[in-house]
Design a protein around this ligand. Structure first.
Ligand code: CA
Length: 233
């Protein structure tokens, strides 16, 4: 298999160098862009496997870059945000980014995010090839066609909303889903009290899914952002 090609979009040279050095040492190929326009051009002409995108760029907002790429491609985008405000990350995720890193980040975090995204990619490819209607993730099995889910071979007794939630997370395994995205998919709207109910449904779903709901292994919480189902090896 070819080494994955990563497009690194970052205007700050020290950060860009840290990223590219890390990539080189870990068997990735890379391209770089220091601005949004170059990023869009490079993405369309080289078709990278993953884009690492800084949100604060000199020529345009990173969110605009995501919207532009999303108009023609589903290629995975991991955003890098220097700003600690959740608002930017959430806007980026809602615009179609797959995941995020907050500056300052460690080399280990960067590599972990890349691995999660690569696993998601290979899983999605395998899914498309098999056109499977059954989702399997560790001990969890969701039978989309049958409308039921199993844990360790035992059928899970889920309410219709819990089941809908589980399917949404499963179909987007590996991806961070924002509160807005989830509530819009479940209730067709996103009001403050929908986000509050989402927390309640998520807690009851976890009780049924996780052996230790206090340290969840299947569904990760991203505080102030949303949730992600992890792909279990
Ligand atoms: Ca920047």
């Amino acid at each position: 298999m070819n080494k994955p090609l990563i497009l690194v979009v970052e205007d700050d040279p020290p950060v860009r160098n840290l990223i590219t050095t890390t990539l080189k040492m870990n068997d990735y190929r890379y391209l770089t862009a220091a601005g949004g326009e170059t990023a869009i051009l490079e993405a369309s002409s080289h078709n990278p496997d993953i884009v690492l995108l800084d949100l604060g760029l000199p020529d345009m907002d990173g969110v605009q870059v995501i919207r532009s790429i999303r108009s023609w491609s589903n290629l995975p985008i991991i955003v890098i945000s220097a700003r600690s405000e959740d608002g930017d990350k959430i806007e980026a995720l809602d615009a179609g980014a797959d995941d995020y890193l907050t500056k300052p980040f460690s080399v280990e975090e960067l590599l972990a995010r890349l691995r999660v995204t690569q696993r998601r990619l290979s899983y999605m490819t395998a899914e498309m090839l098999s056109a499977s209607s059954v989702f399997v993730n560790g001990k969890l099995k969701v039978d989309y066609a049958g409308g039921c889910a199993y844990l360790d071979g035992q059928e899970l007794h889920l309410t219709p909303i819990e089941y809908k939630l589980l399917c949404l997370l499963a179909r987007n395994v590996g991806k961070v889903l924002t509160h807005t995205f989830i509530t819009q998919n479940i209730w067709g709207r996103s009001w403050d009290n929908d986000v509050a109910s989402l927390r309640v449904f998520m807690a009851t779903l976890r009780k049924k899914l996780e052996p230790t709901p206090d340290s969840p292994q299947v569904i990760q919480t991203h505080i102030g952002v949303g949730y992600r189902m992890m792909k279990v090896e």
